[in-house]
Design a protein around this ligand. Structure first.
Ligand SMILES: Cc1ncc(COP(=O)(O)O)c(C=O)c1O
Length: 381
């Protein structure tokens, strides 16, 4: 039976960044959105709102806070006050705001490359000191946190640690033990944790996500957690995310006083409520589809793309591929773009230890994936 996710959609004429940048003829498996229609309840809620035809200033639907609070309790056993939630226009805007407010220009901001470029670049945007505690790659290709190296990277200037969990691009879901060790270091050195958890709903193989702020009240007090429906339900263009800031004083510093109307686009709020309240059946289906796509990619790369290493990601729809022993002369992203007409994300974009890697987005119909991988195989012949 054909799954609706199997049906390729024409996105070339919809102002899609992913499809526009390289144009017709190139299969775009780079930027992180999915080539799937969103859940029907989200489309219906947006349609109803559009049909009303009036788009004045709006405030956040009160039910939305309750839906998020219930969801966090149900999924993670994490109890947050509805007032701890601050709606924002995106996760990148969220961590940039934290850096701006909490760190002075020559304070340090610690990141764990290779990591999503705007996290890597956030300190520089703020003029702050960029500090790194790179992840370490084991001989079997799995990436891990080296907690001793992490602590050694903390200095008396370090103000903020931007965690990315699940981690983009390496696809790891950090364990409770890892998170406890990171949190202990941060508490010891009075470093604020800003935790980007945008990929936390896209987990495979029965993995479970632990919000670092859910470890205990002391950690929560020193945490800003950033979440969004954007990756989960494929609505990043609607620009709606939220920060959870349990400490009221910190919340006021970062978000200012609550205002009478929302900073977030009305459509983003409508979609977020519908997705979280009514989108679970779609999410279950898309996760099964993505997991099968992930297995297809890993199996294909191991069989057909000699010299390229890949580890099955535990989360995200992004596969992190090691091309350093593939024999490709020069940059692998450019090679696959020129020779296979497949656009991947260049590993160098993710900073330290990213060079020689590419990231492939498998949030697309299986047929698109098969075509792209086939072209990559032919390019390597
Ligand atoms: C780890 C991570 N954080 C943030 C974002 C983007 O968030 P937003 O579009 O809400 O700014 C992405 C998008 O790929 C991401 O992978």
């Amino acid at each position: 039976m054909t799954d609706s996710f199997d049906i390729p959609l024409d996105r070339l004429h919809t102002d899609s960044t992913k499809w526009h940048v390289y144009g017709p003829g190139v299969l775009p498996l780079w930027t992180a959105d999915m080539d799937f229609r969103v859940p029907e309840p989200v489309i219906a809620a947006l349609r109803e709102r559009v049909e009303h035809g009036v788009f004045g200033y709006c405030y956040e639907p009160p039910e939305l806070r309750e839906v998020i609070v219930d969801r966090l309790a149900r999924l993670y056993g994490w109890r947050v006050e509805p007032d701890a939630i601050v709606f924002q226009t995106g996760v990148v805007a969220g961590f940039q705001q934290v850096c701006r407010v909490v760190a002075a220009p020559d304070d340090g901001i610690l990141v764990q490359p290779p990591v999503y470029q705007p996290i890597f670049g956030a300190p520089r945007h703020n003029g702050s000191l960029h500090q790194e505690a790179p992840l370490a790659m084991r001989p079997d290709g799995r990436w891990e946190i080296d907690v001793d190296a992490f602590e050694a990277a903390v200095t008396d200037r370090t103000r903020v640690f931007i965690l990315c969990n699940p981690h983009n691009p390496v696809g790891r879901v950090f364990s409770r033990g890892d998170l406890e060790r990171l949190a202990a270091v941060c508490l010891r050195h009075d470093v604020l944790i800003c935790s980007d958890e945008i990929h936390c709903d896209l987990l495979f193989d029965g993995q479970r996500h632990t919000p670092i702020a859910s470890l205990d009240a002391e950690v929560a007090r020193r945490c800003v957690t950033l979440m969004a429906p954007s990756k989960t339900f494929n609505v990043p263009g609607l620009r709606c995310s939220f920060a959870i800031i349990p400490d009221a004083a910190l919340r006021r510093r970062i978000a200012g006083e609550p205002s009478d109307f929302s900073e977030v686009n009305n459509m983003g709020l409508v979609a977020t409520l519908a997705a979280y309240r009514d989108g679970q059946a779609w999410l279950d289906r898309v996760l099964a589809y993505l997991q099968a796509n992930r297995d297809f990619v890993v199996d294909y790369v191991r069989r057909e793309l000699p010299g390229i290493g890949v580890i099955a990601p535990e989360a995200t729809y992004l596969a992190w591929m090691d091309c350093r022993r593939s024999g490709i002369a020069g940059n692998a992203q450019q090679f696959f773009l020129d020779r296979a007409r497949v656009a991947l994300q260049d590993g160098a974009w993710f900073g330290t230890r990213g060079e020689g890697f590419v990231r492939l987005n498998f949030g697309c119909p299986r047929s698109t994936l098969a075509e792209a991988l086939g072209r990559m195989r032919d390019a390597l012949l």
